[in-house]
Ligand binder design. Structure first.
Ligand SMILES: Cc1cc2nc3c(=O)[nH]c(=O)nc-3n(C[C@H](O)[C@H](O)[C@H](O)COP(=O)(O)OP(=O)(O)OC[C@H]3O[C@@H](n4cnc5c(N)ncnc54)[C@H](O)[C@@H]3O)c2cc1C
Length: 577
């Protein structure tokens, strides 16, 4: 979606929107941590995110990679920054092609800062001189595919002292085809509003997005203001300097001051969107959104058209059906289906024909380090310890499982108590209203499903569409999920030392237990599934696992009906169809 469309919607509804800016981190670990943070910050409801352009080889590549990951894996609408620094036409073409292929439809076109080693900016041979030239070139090459933003400077720019000349140059960028303006950071709100009036007086009517820098620490606040030549209102200096050695006081007072500035900006009626320079950190931005009452809540819920995170990768926007197993494992589903190229009926290809991608693709294994995972899920010594991890997940005291990266959603509330009880027992039986699949690691499949076709689990009514079944189960995807589920279980086992009871217990379960999936097809009976399990408990559930035992669980060969089902978090058993 184009940024200008989001801005028009914010103006029309009177509901302010916001976006987050991130920059490419320097280390591989930093990149991974930032991805996790971007994933979590998706929950704060930004309309889009920006990835800044890091001039030069690896940094530039990383910008392109981050845009692609944000669009396709995290479902974040992205605006890619692109500069003219050290960029010949060919490199610009490559960057634009990469953004296009990632499904990105927004570019912030900039001239760029001079490279670190140079004092003055100089154009690259065969490249562009000014941002307006880049805007023109993008328009020429991609017509209206990209919405193009440009930079604005309410308090002047490094190499231009004349504010009138800067306004002329801004107007030229707009005339070249820009459709929105993002400003440099500032804290002088009156100056900003005067500047907006001057921009309007030049006949520039496109939306202006103010760049808001949250305050993290006193030192970083002063450093950034100096670096950007942003003037500091005297009362801000007074209040912040008084607490400058107390980071949490600086953040709390700073949040109040910046929030007040944001309110004044939004109250002006000219501005409907705030752009937060997150500096790759979440807390200060979250505090500001809380203070402004903009954070999603029950009164202002995040809009989710579908029960899983939609990918915004190229060609995936219309996707509206997914096997339920990956509901909380978005990244691995996107990775495993990225080579599928057909898209009939809102579904990637004929469900029976395309192979799910390899298990060694990036993002399919268990998330987190061994140490983090041991901390998260403890050191289970018995089946009941493992059952308790599931129970804790259902009770929301643990927010992920090896098989489910996201916390359980309120969708499961209606059957949560049944699930809690179920996770301490287990059985699959035949019932005319039940469809079940059961498979062990070796691939022995048992099912009463009448065919290989999909079994709908949830459905929904969407404007201008026939009824959509956004989550389904079917044999082919269940078997693909089986490989991933057992692999994740084995990954979890390997978080513990070789020979430890926890490693052996989990390995044993993975080798011997069945992965079971059940759908109750009569949706009128919201609890129809659970009486089946009444009175059944896994034998010796509390007995500590003896690491040397080889014959079944705790020395007792398990009968098939003694197996605890490995539910996939908010799995298909949760919503009967
Ligand atoms: C919101 C925002 C995001 C940014 N993101 C990045 C980023 O991701 N990566 C990065 O490297 N930098 C980024 N920058 C910094 C930016 O690249 C620098 O400020 C740069 O010096 C100016 O870029 P510009 O796009 O405004 O350039 P331009 O608008 O092209 O202006 C550059 C200079 O040329 C002058 N000029 C323009 N047109 C003419 C003309 N016709 N005749 C004579 N002089 C002219 C201008 O007055 C100005 O001094 C960002 C800045 C902002 C405000």
């Amino acid at each position: 979606m184009h940024v200008s469309e989001m801005l028009a919607e914010a103006k029309q509804t009177g509901q302010p929107k916001y976006s987050f800016e991130f920059f490419p981190p320097k280390t591989a670990q930093g990149v991974q941590n930032l991805y996790d943070r971007m994933d979590r910050m998706h929950g704060l409801g930004p309309s889009f995110i920006d990835i800044t352009w890091g001039a030069g080889g690896r940094q530039a590549q990383l910008t392109c990679e981050m845009v692609s990951v944000a669009q396709s894996q995290y479902g974040l609408e992205t605006c890619m920054h692109l500069t003219c620094t050290d960029m010949g036409k060919e490199k610009v073409d490559d960057a634009l092609k990469s953004a296009y292929k990632a499904g990105c439809t927004n570019i912030l076109a900039l001239r760029g800062d001079p490279p670190r080693e140079k004092e003055k900016w100089t154009a690259t041979e065969g490249g562009f001189h000014y941002a307006k030239d880049l805007v023109k070139y993008i328009k020429q090459s991609y017509a209206n595919h990209f919405d193009i933003g440009v930079a604005g400077y309410p308090e002047g720019c490094d190499d231009q002292d004349d504010p009138e000349a800067l306004l002329d140059h801004l107007k030229e960028k707009v005339d070249a085809g820009a459709t929105f303006i993002v400003t440099q950071m500032f804290y002088d709100v009156d100056n900003f509003l005067n500047w907006v009036a001057k921009v309007r007086a030049r006949g520039v009517t496109i939306p202006i997005i103010p760049g808001i820098m949250p305050i993290n620490t006193y030192a970083s606040f002063v450093r950034r203001c100096n670096h950007m030549n942003a003037s500091i209102p005297p009362e801000w200096s007074e209040k912040l300097e008084a607490v400058k050695n107390d980071d949490s006081a600086v953040r709390s007072i700073g949040t109040g001051l910046v929030a007040e500035m944001c309110r004044k900006i939004l109250d002006s009626g000219e501005i409907h969107h705030l752009h937060f320079y997150t500096m790759n950190l979440a807390q200060a931005t979250r505090m500001l959104l809380d203070e402004l009452n903009l954070t999603p809540s029950t009164e202002r819920p995040l809009k989710h058209a579908l029960p899983w995170r939609q990918s915004l990768g190229l060609g995936r926007r219309e996707e509206d059906v997914r096997p339920i197993f990956w509901k909380n494992r978005n990244k691995s589903y996107v990775a495993r289906t990225q080579d599928w190229d057909e898209f009939p009926n809102g579904r990637w290809g004929d469900s029976r024909s395309p192979a799910f991608g390899e298990l060694d693709a990036y993002g399919i294994g268990l998330r987190g380090t061994n140490e983090q995972n041991r901390k998260l899920w403890g050191e289970p010594k018995s089946i009941s310890d493992i059952a308790n991890i599931f129970v804790n997940y259902l009770e929301q005291s643990v927010d992920s499982l090896p098989w489910s990266e996201a916390p359980i959603t309120s969708e499961a509330d209606v059957i949560k108590q049944d699930l809690i009880a179920l996770n301490r027992r287990g059985l699959v039986e035949k019932d005319p209203e039940l469809t079940y699949y059961s498979v062990n690691k070796a691939g022995d499949l048992k099912s009463n499903s009448p065919g290989e076709g999909p079994n709908a689990v949830t459905w929904g009514v969407f404007p201008g569409k026939e009824i959509v079944q956004p989550t389904i189960v079917e044999t082919i995807s269940f078997l693909a999920w089986k490989d991933e589920a057992y692999r994740l279980g084995m990954d979890w086992a390997h978080c513990y030392d070789a020979g430890s009871p926890s490693r052996q217990l989990i390995e044993k379960m993975m080798n011997e237990w069945h992965l079971v999936n059940i759908v109750h097809n009569d949706f009128h009976q919201s609890h129809g599934l659970f009486p089946l399990f009444d009175g059944l408990t896994v034998q010796n559930i509390n007995k500590p696992f003896e690491a040397t035992t080889t014959n079944g669980v705790n020395g007792t060969a398990p009968k098939s009906n003694e197996h605890l089902p490995l539910t996939n978090g908010t799995g298909n058993a949760l919503v009967a169809a």
